[in-house]
Design a protein around this ligand. Structure first.
Ligand SMILES: C[S@@+](CC[C@H](N)C(=O)[O-])C[C@H]1O[C@@H](n2cnc3c(N)ncnc32)[C@H](O)[C@@H]1O
Length: 301
């Protein structure tokens, strides 16, 4: 539980992305010449990201902060909806050696905001400043997203190091619809040194469900990702916005787990939960009232 959330992160019931992440984000919007586009787009328009450069940069300009607000809301847990996930996150990312699989990583909104929030909490002495060593493997099928991810992370790493968060990372091309690509991803991930594994899936429902979705992706989670975590201390956290699509996705995921991985998950803790919240868009300079998060988490201690 966090008693005094710094008002750089949360005030008057509104989530503010950490100042350091906003500073780096603005710099990158200028570098990629999309700042004025980010200022003006209609927030109601859809933007799902994609393989090519145009949809990658569109998603970066429109949705980076949304993704970040979700992981930040989760770890700050101001409405006490996600008590068990918050407790786990604070203990996992408090100190130690953790390997994160960030999939699909996109341009990194979710994980960078999560880590920046932890650094901001450490900076304000809200949580201990014990050393945390992270090994991140970030994968996506958009090579342009991987480039932006790398560029962004390089800029923000000094802030993490200042507050005891040491980050080693690799980016990797990965096609989630492909069994071999997913198997290779897991081979590489499981070679990382750590005492805890953290698989973070953030905002993937559009690629899995609906007209443009591919159900092979969910099958590959069941066949190639989760069984490989057998006998490992790990957490599998899947975060989505509250949408019909994500409801359907989690229903299918649970059905598949119950059918194919029933014994694997028999004794593990499962949390399924959701919440709505408000967050401040630092580029369009207004409060977004309809932030939402739905999650599905399995963890093995
Ligand atoms: C909505 S974005 C989410 C990105 C990031 N997790 C975030 O929250 O900002 C979806 C991402 O999925 C990636 N993606 C879509 N289909 C994929 C596939 N078959 N294999 C790997 N990545 C895929 C896209 O390139 C895009 O970066």
């Amino acid at each position: 539980m966090i008693k005094n959330i710094p008002d750089t992160l949360y005030k008057k019931k509104v989530i503010y992305l950490p100042p350091q992440i906003i500073k780096t984000y603005k710099k990158k919007l200028i570098k990629y010449k999309i700042y004025s586009y980010a200022e003006k787009y209609d927030p109601k328009e859809k933007s799902l990201g994609g393989k090519d450069k145009k949809s990658t940069l569109q998603h970066f300009a429109r949705r980076f902060q949304n993704s970040g607000s979700r992981t930040e809301y989760l770890i700050l847990n101001p409405d006490k909806v996600f008590n068990s996930t918050q407790k786990d996150l604070l203990s996992t990312f408090g100190y130690g050696e953790v390997s994160i699989l960030d999939i699909p990583c996109g341009t990194g909104g979710g994980i960078f905001t999560l880590l920046s929030t932890i650094a901001e909490l450490k900076k304000n002495n809200v949580i201990d400043t014990l050393p945390l060593n992270l090994n991140i493997l970030a994968a996506d099928f958009s090579k342009d997203a991987l480039k932006v991810y790398d560029d962004f992370l390089k800029n923000i790493i000094p802030f993490f190091i200042k507050y005891g968060i040491n980050v080693l990372y690799k980016t990797k091309y990965w096609d989630a619809t492909d069994v071999l690509s997913t198997t290779k991803l897991m081979d590489q991930y499981l070679k990382l040194n750590c005492n805890e594994y953290y698989i973070l899936v953030n905002n993937f429902s559009s690629a899995v469900i609906g007209n443009s979705g591919n159900s092979e992706i969910l099958d590959n989670f069941i066949k190639c990702i989760l069984p490989r975590m057998n006998n490992k201390k790990f957490t599998f956290l899947w975060i989505e916005p509250i949408l019909k699509k994500s409801k359907k996705l989690f229903k299918r995921l649970i059905e598949k787990i119950n059918k194919f991985l029933k014994y694997f998950f028999k004794y593990d803790k499962i949390e399924i939960n959701e919440a709505e919240y408000s967050w401040y868009d630092a580029i369009q300079k207004h409060i977004v009232k309809k932030g939402s998060i739905r999650l599905n988490k399995y963890s093995r201690q």
